[in-house]
Write a protein that binds this ligand. Structure first.
Ligand code: WAQ
Ligand code: MG
Length: 272
């Protein structure tokens, strides 16, 4: 082992047959790898369904430069009920420049299960923000963002801020890092996400102008469909550039944005 000073990308994905069950992602120095791997293994087996394959990858970043970014601001929008949450999400996506038909397409794919067989994908859909056309070459896998993490300091401040808002689930921390990386994709317009886990109903929409807007009920309890849609402006970028950035560009979130909450009433939300 010659170089233990640099960072390593540690990744996990668990599957049962062709079905994606879970995945996770960290960027850590060498001495932390074994702890992270243990946590990932626990996580792979913590789902209701035991995986029949778990793939762990440990990869040095080498000399590739790491982008340091600030997290998106987080707004916890305490909207009630699936239809109000979805209306708020659609409004924010449209204000960010996603055409109504593209918004509608994304919702219907996420409701149905965006993979070709109607299940969850490992990665995200990448959609033309104007037409809703899906651009990812493999429509069963999607494009999986990788090589990102919080810095220790930023993670601590975030945990403090989110705890004040009553948000303590690891998914919120992970999703905010991922959404922040995605928001720096060249030609990025907006993102829509909710979990494919039947017992996790929260989701979010994100754009550079709205920040990360968390919504508590994007689907009914027990529904196992979900996923991510990344909307891009195809005049500014293409799927090759987007995929390279999402999969390969190392990103550390070193600073947090503002974190706040707002009661019901999407109309009160101003998105510039
Ligand atoms: N890159 C691209 N797409 C991904 C990635 C990734 N690294 N990880 C997950 N996905 C896609 C994939 O299609 C999954 O099926 C889908 O997203 C959902 O992933 O503030 O937990 O890990 O509390 O189930 C929203 C957080 C939680 C709301 C999202 O997603 C909050 C969540 P999950
Ligand atoms: Mg999941």
């Amino acid at each position: 082992m010659s170089d233990t000073s640099g960072l390593f990308s540690v990744r996990m994905r668990a599957a049962s047959g062709a079905r994606h069950l879970s995945g996770a992602e960290r960027l850590v120095p060498f001495p932390r790898i074994s702890t992270v791997v243990q946590k990932f293994l626990d996580r792979a087996w913590s789902k209701g369904i035991p995986p029949d394959e778990v793939v762990l990858t440990v990869e040095p970043l080498g000399d590739r430069c790491v982008h340091k970014i600030q997290a998106l601001d987080l707004l916890d929008l305490r909207e009630e009920g699936v239809s109000r949450c979805r209306d708020a999400a659609s409004g924010i996506l449209r204000s960010a420049g996603v055409a109504p038909q593209a918004v509608q397409q994304a919702f219907s794919f996420l409701d149905r299960g965006p993979s070709e067989d109607g299940g969850a994908m490992r990665g995200a859909m990448v959609m033309d923000a104007l037409t809703g056309e899906r651009l990812e070459p493999d429509r069963s896998r999607g494009v999986r963002a990788s090589r990102f993490d919080w810095s220790d300091d930023a993670f601590l401040s975030l945990s403090e801020q989110l705890a004040r808002l009553g948000l303590t689930h690891f998914r919120t921390h992970e999703a905010l890092a991922l959404a922040s990386k995605i928001s720096f994709v060249p030609g990025f317009v907006a993102e829509l996400c909710w979990s494919d886990d039947p017992d996790y109903r929260a989701g979010y929409v994100a754009s550079r102008s709205s920040g990360y807007v968390r919504l508590p009920s994007m689907k009914d309890l027990g529904a196992s469909s979900g996923g991510r849609a990344v909307f891009i402006d195809t005049k500014q970028t293409d799927i090759g550039i987007v995929t390279e950035y999402l999969e390969r560009q190392p990103v550390i979130v070193t600073a947090i944005g503002k974190c706040r909450t707002e009661g019901t009433g999407a109309a009160a939300l101003t998105v510039s």
